[in-house]
Structures are given as structure tokens and as C-alpha cells.
Design a protein around this ligand. Sequence first.
Ligand code: GRF
Length: 194
Amino acid sequence: MLVSGAGSNLQALLGAAGHEDFAIVAVGADRDAIPALDRAAAAGIPAFVRKLNDYPQRPDWDEALTQACREHQPDLIVLAGFMKLVGPAFLAEFGGRVLNTHPALLPSFPGMHAVRDALDAGVKLTGCTIFLVDAGTDTGPVIAQAAVPVADDDDEAALHERIKVTERRLLVQTVGRMAREGWTVQDRKVRIGR
Ligand code: GRF
């Protein structure tokens, strides 16, 4: 898994790993001193940090991140609150098996401020999306979505927290199903099961 922050999605997957059909082999981050790394340490999961600023150019960072992931031979890479776009080397190696989670119903409200943008647009229903990562920002094929109603008095923090409750459940369910049943993608349509 790749993370940048609180790591509550990581925690949900760690909690499920015992009884779902997957194991978390490593946690990677683009910064240190984040709660997500503490969670990995507490669970005894190997972790690594590759910071963009430690490399001369972005492709060097991309290559280093790819190499670090490769060492753990993952079947699936889950980005959960990972706040960087992965690059061409990463996608050349892992493309098609990299998942991300986003706190809106894509293709609505892509980008860094999805929850705020949904509130500003005045929508009554938003939610979360699990999708396959491609080279764009939140543009890859959708794997699973769940809706969350917007309350009249929601602010960004309250709405995001509520979305995250649903998001964690959906992520655990989706990773479990993909691990058990496999998946196919045709014309942007992702189907879990063979
Ligand atoms: C999630 O809502 C994710 O969709 C967004 O950032 C949040 C990460 O939460 N990009 P956490 O670090 O897993 O708690």
C-alpha cells in the first residue's frame, strides 16, 4: 500500500487482512513522520519512504518508488490517501493492478479538493470511488462506488469523515473480492470475477 497521511484506510485493510483473502506485504510513503507509518510499524509490516525532494528529477523518484515496490512483489498496489501522481516507470511495471480511492463519485470532482468541490457545487449525493490508476488525475476505470448523502449543515471535515466510513468499507470489500475472484477490464468497464 502507498500512503501519505492518516492511514485510516490502511488500518481498515490491516484489520481485514486476517480474515479476507489478502495480506499486506509492505507500506510505502512519500513522507515520513505520518500516522500511517506508525500503523504499519504497530502491525509489523515492512515500510519504506521515498520522498520526491530527495531525487534530482521526478522520473528518478518514480524509478526509486517502482524499485521499492518491486522488492515486495505485490499482486496489487493500493494507493490510499497517497498524495502523489505515480509516473510512467511505475505504471509500466504495475499498470492495471494499481488501485486508488477517491472521496467523490468520479468522474465528478476529481483532484485534491473533491469534498470541498462537491459541497461548493451543492450536490445532495456524493460518495467514494475505487478505481484503477492510469496516467491522469483520477481518470482511470471505475471499479466500485458507494453513495453518501450530503447533509444541509455539512462542512468539508464532517462530510469527509462520513465519506471515509463508507470508503473504508468499500475498499476492504473491493480488495477482498479482487483478490478472491480476479478482474477484467474492457472498454473502461471493470468486472470483478472471471
Ligand atoms: C481518503 O478519503 C482518500 O480518498 C483521500 O484521502 C483520504 C485518506 O484517508 N484521497 P486515510 O489517510 O486513509 O485516513
